[in-house]
Design a protein around this ligand. Sequence first.
Ligand SMILES: [Ca+2]
Length: 343
Amino acid sequence: MYVKKSLITGFAAVLLLSSCKNDRKMLDALADYNHLMEEKGYRFGDKISLPKEVTDRAERISVSFGDRETSVLTVDPEFFEFGNNEVTFNIRTKDGETLNQDATINVFTKMPEQNIAYEIVAEYPHDPENFVEGFFIEGNTVYESTGLKGKSRLIKYPLGSTVPSLSEKQAPEIFSEGCAVAGNKIYQLTYQSKKGFIYDKETFEKISEFPLPDEFWEGWGLTYDGKNLIADTGSNDLYYLDADNPSKVVKKVPVGGNKDIYNQINELEYHNGFIYANVWHQPYILKINPATGEVTGRFDFTKITEEHTKNNSEHVLNGIAFKGDHMLVTGKNWPKIYEVAVR
Ligand SMILES: [Ca+2]
């Protein structure tokens, strides 16, 4: 009896050992595959073709995203979005075990961003004291929201001058961020105070303030498309806000690149059916299709950006406005505003 029991235990242990070994092998194969694919990325419609070591041992495989789960191993926009998707692979083996592995699935666009050729047709002065966070123009009047605690202001000035015709200083604890005009009001986000402000466009009188949406970690860029305010929070997502109640997110549009994940989208400008955005610490301005989130084109401003970042790496490109069909471009503490014509 004693001998028999020991034999059975021994046999079970060998089985368990070999099953553990196979599980390890399977998970290693899955990890290798996921690492390889993280670099390469997926496009919508792609199959997630897991290695044979996984499919041979699996009875059922699913992918979960927080509380949602699918067993269809295809990159379906119903579950996946552009950029990083943090998922878990759940595998039930033929031995009845359930194994999990976390993975990052990167989804890119099918078409590469078109390099947009441009020409700098004019230059205007910009106050190098201005740590620009929000920037737009109406007629010949530039509106600017400048950041940093103790230095944040909302100002307006005629293009060509650096002297504000109106200036509204923020409380010292406020770090102002993006701003946009909708009708006769200016909306402004704050960086980490979890609130935004609404001003009268003419007088800069503060009309009200609002809490930033619950989805917001921080407030970054802001623009207006004629219907909704569009904001970003330092990720690759654009948030459409209800202009009558900017605490409410109407929809989220994740932005996708062909090879890049634009995780820190910052200053924004809506113009003629597209959203233009710069990316924190990058010399690019992206042209985004707002319906799909795809970056369709990209301006490369490496040359002018390097000129301004060479003495201070924080003096990055961060200002987009449209003067007719010409784009105005500036940056944090840049002494210039560039007028850009698309070739
Ligand atoms: Ca802007």
